[in-house]
Design a binder for this molecule. Structure first.
Ligand code: ADP
Ligand code: MG
Length: 140
């Protein structure tokens, strides 16, 4: 399988509970390399743009407020099949449906406050990475 890069975000519910290291350990244990990382405070405008695809969903406003409610850690993960592998490590969107040992099963608080984001396709990974990092910020 090809080496891929994916955008990961450790969300405010997790940064508030000081879980960045524990979540990063899950990524590294799965063979994903953290090749870029920064802790930032999203504005409402940035959160709104990032989740624009969900603008028509009833939870969009609440989701943007949550994402701007505390710092997030944005990161680029790299590895073989990184996009799918990260989705596996994350677990299902709803923690009640997430498999044992996944980040969301272990740490998510609800379907909205679910600790992590991960890109869902190669196309979206490229778009999402470019929202936060330039090529010079990424050292693979
Ligand atoms: P994923 O993050 O697993 O790719 P989606 O792309 O479907 O999931 O949704 C984006 C984010 O929107 C979710 O991670 C979660 O934070 C939030 N979300 C999704 N569904 C709901 C819902 N029914 N109620 C509240 N928030 C939701
Ligand atoms: Mg998604």
């Amino acid at each position: 399988m090809a080496i891929e890069r994916t955008l990961s975000i450790i969300k405010p519910d997790a940064t508030r509970r000081n879980l960045t290291g524990k979540i990063n350990a899950k990524f590294e244990d799965a063979g994903l390399r953290i090749v870029a990382q920064k802790r930032i405070q999203l504005t409402m405008a940035q959160a709104g743009k990032f989740y624009e695809v969900h603008a028509e969903r009833p939870f969009y406003g609440e989701l943007c407020e949550f994402m701007a409610s505390a710092p997030v850690v944005v990161q680029v993960l790299e590895g073989e099949g990184a996009i799918g592998k990260n989705r596996e490590v994350m677990g299902a969107t709803n923690p009640a449906e997430a498999a044992e040992g996944t980040v969301r099963k272990l740490y998510a608080q609800s379907i909205g406050e679910n600790s992590v984001h991960g890109s869902d396709s190669e196309e979206n990974a490229k778009i999402e990475i470019a929202q936060f990092f330039s090529e010079a910020d990424i050292a693979g």
